[in-house]
Design a protein around this ligand. Structure first.
Ligand code: GRF
Length: 194
């Protein structure tokens, strides 16, 4: 199994999808060992505690150095960004190349990159009038949402959708499905390459 850290900033519904998938035995190569957040009050930290997973708030000052120390102390081999909003440095993403993945709530290359996060992504999709959107899991590099695509799933945009309604549909029908699948696939690949 690959000891896995999940980085979060908000409600943690994607983290919960990973926790639930693990509970169903769907992540045989993933050991959820640590949840870390740049936001002290992130409900995702509460979800981790309820699941018995170490949950740590990492303060802004010296964030990456403190995070690296945490990751090393837990023997982490895979990082999953799940609703994590802080941009990690090029140095950090290069050190973790091939071992850090992210879930983005659109079909990259649409509606992604700097400034596209959370509801803003869905508002932009509705403003453009796309009939299909979805979610993407990709490797993380120094370009926001720029890494190699691992998995995608499409979701219909329906008449009357608001950003909130669309976000929920993309979460339920795409994010929460492809993130656990992708994490397991990457962990299995890393395990095989050990
Ligand atoms: C949501 O917009 C989700 O689409 C994106 O990050 C936001 C929060 O996700 N991945 P979560 O509920 O904190 O996992």
């Amino acid at each position: 199994m690959v000891r896995t850290a999940v980085l979060v900033s908000g409600g943690g519904t994607n983290l919960q999808a990973l926790i639930d998938a693990a509970g169903r035995g769907e992540l045989p190569h993933v050991s959820l060992a640590l949840v870390a957040s740049d936001k002290a009050g992130a409900f995702a930290l509460e979800r981790a505690k309820r699941a018995g997973i170490r949950a740590e708030y990492v303060e802004k000052d010296g964030f990456e150095a403190k995070l690296e120390a945490l990751l090393a102390s837990e023997g982490i081999g895979l990082i999953v960004l799940a609703g994590f909003l802080k941009i990690l440095s090029g140095g950090f993403t290069r050190r973790w190349a091939g071992r850090i993945i992210n879930i983005h709530p659109s079909l990259i290359p649409s509606f992604c990159g700097a400034g596209f996060y959370g509801l803003r992504v869905h508002a932009a999709a509705l403003a453009r009038g796309v009939k299909v959107t979805g979610a993407t899991v990709h490797y993380v590099n120094e370009i926001p949402d720029g890494g190699e695509i691992i998995a995608q799933r499409a979701v219909e945009v329906l008449p009357g959708d608001t950003p909130e309604i669309l976000q929920r549909r993309v979460m339920e029908r795409a994010e929460w499905l492809i993130l656990p699948e992708a994490a397991e696939a990457v962990a299995a690949k890393l395990e095989g390459s050990k």
